[in-house]
Design a protein around this ligand. Sequence first.
Ligand code: ATP
Length: 232
Amino acid sequence: MAHSRHSGAPERVTVIGLGRFGTSVAHELSELGYEVMAIDKDQQKVQAASEYVTLAAQGDGTDQELLEQLNVPQSDVVVVAQGENLEASVLSTLLLKKLKVPWVVGKAKTALHGELLHKVGADRVVFPEMDAGVRLAHSLGVRHITDYISLSNTGGIAKIEAPANLVGQTIENLIKDRESKLNILLIKRGNQLITVPHYQETIRAHDELVIVGNDSDIGAFVDHRPGLPKLL
Ligand code: ATP
């Protein structure tokens, strides 16, 4: 069941290529209340998407005539989600920018592919496979990490499930007077978001914490054992 995002009409988004990535984008956008058109060469993929998107159409995303017939240039955003076929991905992106789509997001498999998409006008390039690899690598180092955005080679923003050793501790106990530059950006408690939590906030079981800092500090924070005089 779709729920509305903001007030006002939903934005129109077209997703070209319904592989695993495109399907997940189209499905989530529909859930968020966007008006979604999905295009794929494969009729079976189109059939499956027609269950949840506003309009699903069979066709080639590099075919200008088809894109115009389907009013794709009137979309606010187009996601070029097919990544395997480099030529089709680049051609679609080029064509969509020529047709004056204001925001084109391309999916790239490699850095070079991403560079090509930028060169032909993509407004944003995403690398889901590479990003997933980075997230996994960081989460292996610190087991409680459930999500991670890399900001440099040595640090980033991590989402962690509060480990048992931190439950019952105030933030003050955990990070005040520390030499490290770690910050707790928010605590997610059920559906509640406690943004910029106060030093007196006590961490509870099942809290999720979003923290930013160097990986070594994040690791030390998660491993903190109460009773030890200093964290690092
Ligand atoms: P995944 O998201 O599963 O990783 P992928 O990056 O491997 O996908 P492909 O398998 O190449 O991408 O393609 C994904 C989908 O895009 C397929 O369903 C395919 O039929 C469709 N597709 C590929 N090229 C085109 C095109 N030119 N026009 C429309 N759809 C296309």
